[in-house]
Design a protein around this ligand. Structure first.
Ligand code: SF4
Length: 457
């Protein structure tokens, strides 16, 4: 018998409402839920494939435990016993930091993934935590932590009301946005233009989003921080700084002025491959708009000086009085607190409380760069034990992390490994125990993370 059920799509950050068609226990269709107050019926091809993802025959349905070198189906009791038998000796012999944990992106798309890693990390007491966030967005967390005292206090552009949107390193026509939860992000950009607003895109590539823009600046890759510093210089140089209602809350303006003094448009033009006149125009248009928002995403993070570029995005919003006002860059106020991640209790931000053993990378939010995982497993140093056991939760770093080939080899040297994953993928195939989560239709859902990044409360 066929029936319908409502749920939120867990497949990207947009959190669209879906109406599922269910026959017996099988999801046979998915369409946009017109009554969803946030997404209003929007759906993309990924969301429409919910049933295929949910019922994928390749999905693991029972745990796997390695016996005689082969991964074989096992009961849950046998699997948990194998985890206890494999992890305990590593912790007893080498200490908690010898157990690494890798948290993948899907953790923020499930309720269990948002809630229970903290419990796991608390029980283990390990500092060897590696996350997907360190691959593409940690610069934004660090810059917001330093600016606002909370690494998860990330302002989002008020897409529905702004008069001027400046995107840097973002291609939401393909991605539907990230660190900014907005169903139908492309439609919101078209609506911005239809109401007479302007869209400017800074991106080395002429992306689909760049093609939609009123102005596209093809900056040289990796020079975002220079370009943004020069725009900041112009704001000071041409007396365009206007903090507005933010003034009583802002500290350090004179220090910023001093820091960007030498970064004139003329000084950076050649490096950025953008003319000084264009840089001045970018700053003037930003300052002149009735309301404006600067939004930087992955392209501004995965470059040299990504943290500085991420910081300058917010500095531009602050200096033009656009932070925390309608039409500018806003702090969402979700019903749930914005720190569900293993950032530790309470608020406040500290960086480098410990470092990775081999390359001495500082932790941020209690996380180490995923790019350092392989060397933390395969390199011995005088500083401490290498990682001997690994728990990968919703993570396939052999495929998704830098230098996956080295990691592929390193995983073979572990004493023990657990993978929490619905697929026997490039990473999970190294595990001694694989624990498959239930499919999305069988899982409760609430977007703890994305409600704190949404363009509507
Ligand atoms: S935009 Fe994202 S949340 Fe919306 S339907 Fe597509 S995949 Fe799902």
């Amino acid at each position: 018998m066929s029936r319908t059920a409502l749920r939120i799509c867990p497949l990207c950050e947009a959190t669209c409402g879906l109406t599922l068609t269910i026959e017996d226990t099988r999801v046979t269709g998915a369409r946009g839920d017109r009554d969803d107050v946030f997404s209003k019926g929007f759906i993309c091809p990924k969301g429409a494939s919910f049933g295929a993802v949910d019922g994928d025959p390749d999905r693991l349905r029972t745990p796997l435990v390695r016996r005689d070198g082969e991964l074989r189906e096992a009961t849950w009791e046998e699997a948990f016993d194998a985890v206890a038998a494999g992890l305990r000796p590593v912790v007893e012999r080498h200490g908690p930091h010898a157990v690494g944990v890798v948290l993948g992106n899907p953790n923020v798309h499930t309720m269990a993934g948002a809630l229970y890693p903290q419990v796991l990390l608390g029980a283990l007491g390990t500092r060897s935590v590696f996350t997907a966030s360190t691959v593409d967005q940690m610069p934004k967390h660090v810059s917001c932590g330093l600016l606002y005292g909370d690494a998860n206090a990330i302002p989002v552009p008020d897409l529905d009301h702004t008069d001027h949107l400046l995107l840097i390193g973002a291609n939401p026509l393909e991605s539907n946005g990230s660190l900014c939860t907005a169903p139908d992000f492309p439609g919101k950009l078209k609506a911005l233009k239809a109401r007479g607003g302007t869209l400017t895109v800074i991106d080395p590539r002429r992306t689909r989003t760049a093609k939609l823009a009123d102005r596209h600046i093809a900056v040289r890759p990796g020079t975002d921080a220079l370009l943004l510093a020069a725009m900041t210089h112009v704001l000071f140089d041409e007396h365009l700084v206007n903090l507005g209602e933010l003034a009583p809350h802002v500290q350090g303006v004179d220090e910023v002025r001093a820091q960007v003094r030498d970064f004139t448009p003329e000084a950076v033009a050649e490096a950025c491959d953008v003319t000084a006149a264009e840089i001045r125009a970018l700053a003037r248009e930003l300052a002149a708009a009735p309301t404006a928002a600067v939004y930087g995403r992955i392209g501004s993070c995965t470059v040299p000086h990504g943290t500085l570029a991420s910081w300058l995005v917010d500095v531009l919003n602050i200096l033009t009085g656009n932070l925390d006002r309608p039409g500018g860059a806003l702090f969402p106020q979700a019903a749930t607190d914005r720190t569900p991640w293993p950032a530790g209790p309470g608020h406040g931000f500290a960086l480098g409380r410990w470092h990775s053993r081999v390359s001495q990378y500082p932790e941020a939010k209690g996380e180490l760069p995923l790019s350092a995982l392989a060397e933390e497993i395969d390199t011995a140093t005088a500083e401490g034990e290498p990682i001997r056991a690994l728990i990968a939760v919703a993570s396939n770093p052999v495929l998704s992390a830098p230098d996956g080939t080295r990691l592929d080899k390193a995983l073979d040297s572990l004493d023990f490994m657990v993978s929490v994953d619905p697929y026997l993928n490039e990473t999970a195939r190294h595990a001694d125990v694989v624990l498959p989560p239930p499919p999305p239709s069988q899982s409760p859902h609430h977007d703890f993370a994305f409600n704190t990044l949404a363009v509507r409360n």
